[in-house]
Design a binder for this molecule. Structure first.
Ligand code: IPM
Ligand code: MG
Length: 364
């Protein structure tokens, strides 16, 4: 098997701490499952602004393009938050998504039985929740032009633009349906079709895609109602597909179901294949850079470690290693280890590094 090149972008805040743990897990898998891997680190985000003046230096972008997969920590922090600044750490993330055409962001929300009572919802609502969000990632209001502030007749005004063409909708919805065939065969398409023209196009294209998947049940739900259903009947959802910004918001909401944002992984995939014949992708926890706890060994590395599992599955095609990492994560939780974000009675609080070591120990 050819050697896999993994680009590592630790980024800002807690990014470097959690990514170090996930990298160690990948290194252990390389040994244990005889997967040849090499790692190349580079800077993005605020760290790159400090070092080079730009959030996504050309070297980092070409490393990402050439790699078989990218593991990213988090970007951003108060140091770079000046709203008038032309360069912002988040541009690195948007640039990578856009340049690598990573149009589908998979965000699985599962509720591990051992953390059910860490969530603020009643356990009986949460038992067995297993949702896969498929968030469109390279279109919509995040990238629409114009997006600017300007002088209007009544003073300061600003404009953002939501635009989708049918090919952008089709490819991500088709992926959602094809994943649903491997799961419980339900797709929920979330939009605001009572108001937005883009949402009406999403509905239309989704119906067309659905014709090719007669075994998959389709339901359209308005985004405001979805915000409520997610908390009232989360077990009813299987695959949820939606546009960029709705997906951003709903996945933070859904993270509450799993007890902590710190637990959740994501995979951003494009249509392209890497040199190993699998999907090229970027993997990152869905949490941000959490500057308030950065550098204090308090962060939860499980979101990043679970992202590494997704990397093994989707970009290296190694289901065995991916499942082993996921089992090790469940194991440490069952054994009562918790980072500070997940305090529960009768559990033992550990730091980021100790949590990472515990996962390694269970990987053998
Ligand atoms: C996410 C984040 C990003 C987004 C930010 C950091 C640009 O919130 O990945 O969900 O809005 O997409
Ligand atoms: Mg977000």
């Amino acid at each position: 098997m050819p050697e896999a090149t993994i680009a590592i972008f630790p980024g800002d805040g807690i990014g470097p701490e959690v990514t170090a743990q996930a990298r160690a897990v990948l290194e252990r898998c390389a040994q244990r499952f005889a997967i040849p891997m090499r790692f190349i680190e580079a800077s993005v985000g605020g760290a790159a602004i400090d070092a080079t003046g730009t959030p996504l230096p050309a070297d980092s972008l070409s490393l990402a393009r050439d790699a078989d997969a990218v593991l990213l920590g988090a970007v951003g922090g108060p140091k770079w938050d000046d709203p008038r600044s032309e360069v912002r750490p988040e541009q690195a993330l948007l640039g990578l998504r856009r340049e690598l055409q990573l149009f589908a962001n998979l965000r699985p929300i599962q509720v591990s039985p051992s953390v059910v009572d860490a969530a603020p919802l009643r356990p009986e609502l949460l038992q067995g929740v297993d949702i896969l969000f498929v968030r469109e990632l390279t279109g919509g209001v995040y990238f629409g032009r114009p997006s600017e502030r300007r002088q209007g007749k009544a003073g300061r005004e600003a404009v953002d633009t939501v635009v989708y063409d049918e090919s952008e909708i089709l490819r991500v919805v088709d992926l959602a349906f094809s994943i649903a065939t491997q799961r419980r065969k339900r797709v929920t398409q979330v939009d605001k079709a009572n108001i937005l023209a883009t949402s009406r196009l999403w509905r239309e294209v989704t119906r067309e895609v659905a014709k090719g998947y007669p075994d998959v049940e389709l339901e359209d739900v308005l985004v405001d109602a979805m915000a409520m259903h997610l908390l009232r009947r989360p077990r009813d959802f299987d695959v949820v597909v939606t546009e960029n910004m709705f997906g951003d918001i709903l996945t933070d909401e859904a993270s509450v179901l799993s007890g902590s944002l710190g637990m959740l992984p994501s995979a951003s995939l494009g249509a392209g294949r890497n040199r190993l014949g699998h999907r090229a992708g970027l993997y990152e926890p869905i949490h941000g850079s959490a500057p308030d706890i950065a550098g204090r060994d308090l962060a939860n590395p499980l979101g990043s470690i679970s992202s590494a599992a997704m990397l093994l599955r989707h970009s290296l095609g190694n289901e065995e290693a991916a499942a082993a990492v996921e089992a090790a994560v469940s194991n440490v939780l069952e054994d009562g280890m918790r980072t500070a974000d997940l305090r529960q009675p009768d559990t033992r609080q550990v730091g980021c590094a100790e949590m990472g070591d515990a996962v390694l120990a269970r990987l053998g």
